[in-house]
Design a protein around this ligand. Sequence first.
Ligand SMILES: Nc1ncnc2c1ncn2[C@@H]1O[C@H](COP(=O)(O)OP(=O)(O)OP(=O)(O)O)[C@@H](O)[C@H]1O
Ligand SMILES: [Mg+2]
Length: 430
Amino acid sequence: MNAPWKPGMNGQRDPFHAFVCDDHSYDMLRAVASELGWAPEKVNKGGMRNAVQSLSITASPQILFVDMSESGDPLNDINSLAEVCEPGTVVIAAGQVNDVRLYRDLVASGIQDYLLKPFGADQLRDALTQAQAVFMAPRDAGPERPHCTVAVIGTRGGVGASTLATSLAWLLSEKKKRPTALLDLDVHFGTNALAMDLEPGRGLTDAIENPSRIDGLFIERAMVRASDTLAILSAEAPISQPMLTDGGAFYQLLEEFRLAFECSVIDLPRSMLIQHPHLVSDVNVAVAVTELTLAGARDTIRILSWLKSNAPQARVVVVANRVQPGSPEISRKDFETSIERKVDVIIPFDLRVASQASKLGKTLAETAKGSKVGAGCTAMLNEVLGAAESEEPVAGGKNAAKKGDSLLGKFDLKGMIGSRRKAKTAELED
Ligand SMILES: Nc1ncnc2c1ncn2[C@@H]1O[C@H](COP(=O)(O)OP(=O)(O)OP(=O)(O)O)[C@@H](O)[C@H]1O
Ligand SMILES: [Mg+2]
């Protein structure tokens, strides 16, 4: 779990906390906790909701047991928990849903184990002993991780691609403590610096005008520091000034980022794909941000297909953003059917959080802490890191576009319009 350390709380971690929903689990947890030498009064009633509330004000324990039986949206709730739970805590979840996909998703979100209810004392003891061993095991000292380049592409204008690119860069740098570079390739109208209340400076303009100057020193001087672990390169080029580049400057910049940072996030306007397809040739993860609309479905299909040809090495994460609660233009299910793959992350439309973010000059992810948008942003972070670290071959991975080139050919536009009309008519008749 990955919330930032609360200052002054190091060394004060309890060995164990539990949050359970029923009396039987409560009694069993108290008994097994005593056996293991832990205080039985650290077993609390109230499941996930209590856990999130309690951990937002106290230091996280070494081992956390949380009952998810009353959780309507387990993955979303785990992401809310991840926001308040400090690094290093080993989490065991329990619940009544027997679904291997849920199990996998929970493990991908950082859960150590999932116990299916009702569970026995032996099973519980084993899981807790295992968690103890994981907590005690020496941590990897060095971040000898390969560099990860993530391109964030909006399938339509205004879907929130830049908002999510800045949020992802902030999450990687703040929550994961990975030195991160953010490259805003919307050279004339980019908003990445603006979103963080920074001046873009001349760095990117200089790089485009003089690609031969790009080296380690240039990167150090030209990038604008948002924090110790996050640097931005962007521009607000005059609207009268066309962008004169063959793309060489961008490749050179990405090359230097690979040496100087652990992660690079590129805010990549879709119009750039046409002129500079090679920009994605070394990308590890492509995040396709879309809206749940007919046009969004059409262009997601086209961009997924384009990525398959131009970035066959990249793992793709599909994020639906600004999703209207209750009534998106196209339901998630229909959208997934038409794009022939799942939507990995849903981020709801939340005007309050979005306007608060622009007022404060902070990223959406930072402003949205504790809300559904915040949980969505954390889910996006986990998906991106999971995709970057996945060892499955891309073609066989769950994120790979399916075989058979012309997805668009299978796209039933008329059917979808038909079903929308039917829904509209039914709405009017009600
Ligand atoms: N989940 C959300 N809920 C509400 N508003 C959002 C959400 N995500 C983004 N927005 C808002 O949507 C608007 C467009 O966002 P943004 O500029 O990031 O989109 P974009 O896809 O980068 O657009 P462009 O095509 O111009 O590059 C902004 O005002 C932003 O604050
Ligand atoms: Mg944008």
